[in-house]
Structure formats: structure tokens, C-alpha cells
Design a protein around this ligand. Structure first.
Ligand SMILES: *Cc1c(COP(=O)(O)O)cnc(C)c1O
Length: 378
């Protein structure tokens, strides 16, 4: 069999105007200030905070370090309740810091961590007992595919249990909830600015803190724990963003209105074209779909394999996002019984989604998919 030519990759990094980027690099060469909170990092920090309408935004080297620095700044340790339906880094960032992930099942419609099950878990373990070392110290939610978690409910549950809430908001750069950025929720929300994400700086990440004191601490942590007198007051790490990365971020940010509008249009087109043919994630009320990803849910893993193969033969690349369910991975401890997430992981498939994709491409992909589905059913 001949290797099929990929006409529609699953993802394609967005590149800004080449001359503009080169101009930014020219400036870096002229200043010879390459990293360590340089002027472009400061400018990107300010512009991003303004664009998102948030305060206390700290840029870091990537989305995984964003999570780890957030845990350290907030004093998260022991156990953390989290979702098994996410990218590996959600769980691995915890394990790397010797924090034990306790996997709570997801809601079948939203595909996000189930707040009610967090509540039940905490009620069973925390009532009538003073919290001890090693107990649950936080809930780590993921706005999966950009769909907001039950933010108000999770916050209330965490407050009652006197624990923190962190959101891995790697998919939620463009997500609004009740007319403002969903990044307002939680003691901290983290972004990944990796090349494949909706908004990116090649490699990069950001943390948005609720409280200024946590932001100040994190700012010290990402630079080896040095205080203003360059004394290593805290056990820190190196999580700084470089000027070259910030330059990419600033240039991509120039086009962010186009990126978000195009993604939303593509997602809406997929939805309209596929409505009735295949199951899809149910989006949260008071929020609009952002087109960070385009997941569909097949009926069985067998159907998924067939669809993947047939689409690839037509030059359409798909990816099993997110598979496997993180609660089934031995390296992450397998603490938690999550039948819904395990089932979803086995039959979820992401379709091509990137800013350069056109509405006509989406109509074509959807029509090929519908033909493939009817052939399978025949
Ligand atoms: C991409 C991603 C990360 C990791 O971000 P990096 O910038 O690649 O380190 C973490 N969590 C989720 C949910 C992601 O999709």
C-alpha cells in the first residue's frame, strides 16, 4: 500500500509575518539582552494581561513548568484531585513533584472533572478530621478542549474543604465564561503557549494568580528563588521565558483577533456539518466554543480505528486526544476508579483544527467523515 499524502494535518503551528518577526529579532541583537525578564517578556506580559483582562500574569518557559511553579507557589502537596481525561503533563507534573494524583471521573457530556464526585470524595475523607500531611490539598481541573469546568461549584467545594483550586487552562486561552476570561477562576490558572496551541510563543507558558502575594512568590521561584538582593531565599527553579520566545508571542498576539475568530468559525462549521452524524462534547452554558481542538466521539474503539484509517487514506490526519486515560497509566499511580473517562478515552478522536484551515476544508472533511461513517454502518 502506498503512503497517503497528508492534505490536512491534525495541527499546524501558526506563523506570524516573517519580516515582522525578523524585526523583533533585530532588536534583540541590538540590545544583546537575550533572557532574564527582558523588555520583550515584560511587554508580552503586559499585552497578554490586557488582552485577557486579567491581573497577576507571569510568563514562564512552558506549560508544564507553569503547573509546577503554581503548585510550589500555592504550597500544594500530598494528594490532588484531578481528571484522567487530559494530556500527560496534567498528571506527570504532579508526580514529578511527588504529589499523588487522585483521579476523579469526568462528566460524560462536558468531558471535564465531575464536581459532584470531588465533593463526595472530600466529604468521605475530610469530615470530622483535621487535615494532616499527605491529605488532599487541591483540586486540579482542566478546561478540556477549552470547555470551562463547573468553576463556581468547584470553588465552593474547595472553599468548604479549605483546599486550593488550580486550573490547567492549556486549552482555554480564548475561553470566556460569563463574558470574561475563564482564567479569572481558581487560585491559579496555567496556560501552555506551545507551538501547537491556539496562541503560542514556540515554547512558553503563563500562570495567572488570584492573589498578588502568590504571583510575587512565583516570580521569585522561576528565577532560582532569588530575592531582590540576589539571595536564594526560596528553593527555586529556572522557568524563565527568553526574548526570542517572547518575540514570537508578541507577533502572534498581533493577529489574535483573527486567530480566535477563525477558530470559532471553524468549530461552529464542524458542529453544523456533523450535527446528528456523530456525538460531540457538550459545551458549558454561558460560554462559546473556541475551536482549540475538534474532538468527536465514536461509538466504539473498533469504529474509531476504522474511521482513523479511512480518513488518513483520504489525506485527513486525526489524533487520539486524549488516550490513554491517565488513571490507567501505571507510572501515574492509578489511584481512582474512572469508568466514564476510560470509555471516552477509548473512542475520542480529534479532527484537523488550525487557524489556516478554511471553512470549505471543514465542509470537505465533514463530508468525507459522514461517508466513512455510513460505510461502516452499512
Ligand atoms: C499542552 C498541554 C500541557 C503542557 O504544556 P507544555 O507547554 O507543552 O509544557 C499541559 N496540559 C495540557 C492539558 C496540555 O494540553
Amino acid at each position: 500500500m502506498t503512503q497517503s499524502v497528508i492534505k490536512y494535518p491534525i495541527v499546524k503551528p501558526y506563523l506570524p509575518n516573517r519580516d515582522m518577526y525578523q524585526q523583533s529579532v533585530e532588536g534583540i541583537f541590538n540590545r544583546n539582552w537575550l533572557t532574564n525578564n527582558g523588555p520583550l517578556v515584560q511587554e508580552l506580559e503586559q499585552n497578554l494581561a490586557m488582552h485577557l483582562g486579567v491581573e497577576h500574569l507571569l510568563l514562564v518557559a512552558n506549560g508544564t513548568l507553569a503547573l509546577q511553579v503554581a503548585y510550589a507557589a500555592l504550597g500544594i502537596k500530598g494528594k490532588v484531585l484531578t481528571t484522567p481525561f487530559s494530556f500527560a503533563a496534567t498528571a506527570s507534573s504532579l508526580c514529578w513533584d511527588s504529589i499523588e494524583p487522585v483521579f476523579i471521573d469526568v462528566n460524560e457530556q462536558s468531558l471535564n472533572i465531575c464536581a459532584q464526585q470531588c465533593h463526595d470524595y472530600l466529604k468521605n475523607t475530610l469530615t470530622h478530621k483535621k487535615r494532616e500531611q499527605g491529605d488532599v490539598s487541591a483540586i486540579l481541573g482542566v478546561h478540556v478542549f477549552g470547555n470551562p469546568c463547573e468553576v463556581e461549584l468547584l470553588e465552593k467545594i474547595a472553599e468548604q474543604a479549605n483546599i486550593k483550586v488550580v486550573y490547567d487552562a492549556a486549552h482555554a486561552f480564548a475561553t470566556k465564561y460569563a463574558n470574561r476570561s475563564v482564567l479569572h477562576y481558581g487560585d491559579a490558572s496555567t496556560l501552555s503557549l506551545h507551538a501547537t496551541k491556539l496562541f503560542h510563543s514556540v515554547e512558553g507558558g503563563a500562570i495567572i494568580f488570584k492573589h498578588k502575594a502568590d504571583y510575587d512568590k512565583a516570580k521569585q521561584l522561576i528565577n532560582f528563588g532569588f530575592n531582590s538582593a540576589s539571595y536564594p531565599e526560596l528553593v527555586g527553579i529556572n522557568a524563565k521565558m527568553s526574548e526570542f520566545h517572547a518575540a514570537m508571542g508578541l507577533n502572534v498576539l498581533t493577529n489574535v483577533e483573527h486567530i480566535t475568530a477563525q477558530r470559532a468559525l471553524l468549530a461552529a462549521t464542524y458542529r453544523a456539518e456533523l450535527n446528528g452524524s456523530v456525538s460531540m462534547q457538550q459545551w458549558q452554558e454561558h460560554s462559546d466554543e473556541v475551536g482549540a481542538y475538534m474532538p468527536i466521539l465514536l461509538k466504539t474503539e473498533q469504529q474509531l480505528s476504522y474511521v482513523m484509517g479511512e480518513l488518513l487514506a483520504e489525506g485527513i490526519q486525526t489524533r487520539r486526544y486524549f488516550y490513554p486515560s491517565l488513571s490507567t497509566v501505571p507510572a501515574y499511580g492509578m489511584n481512582g476508579d474512572t469508568p466514564i473517562a476510560n470509555d471516552i478515552s477509548n473512542r475520542v478522536l480529534c479532527l484537523p483544527m488550525y487557524t489556516d484551515l478554511q471553512v470549505n476544508d471543514v465542509i470537505h472533511i465533514a463530508s468525507v467523515l459522514k461517508q466513512v461513517l455510513s460505510r461502516y454502518n452499512a
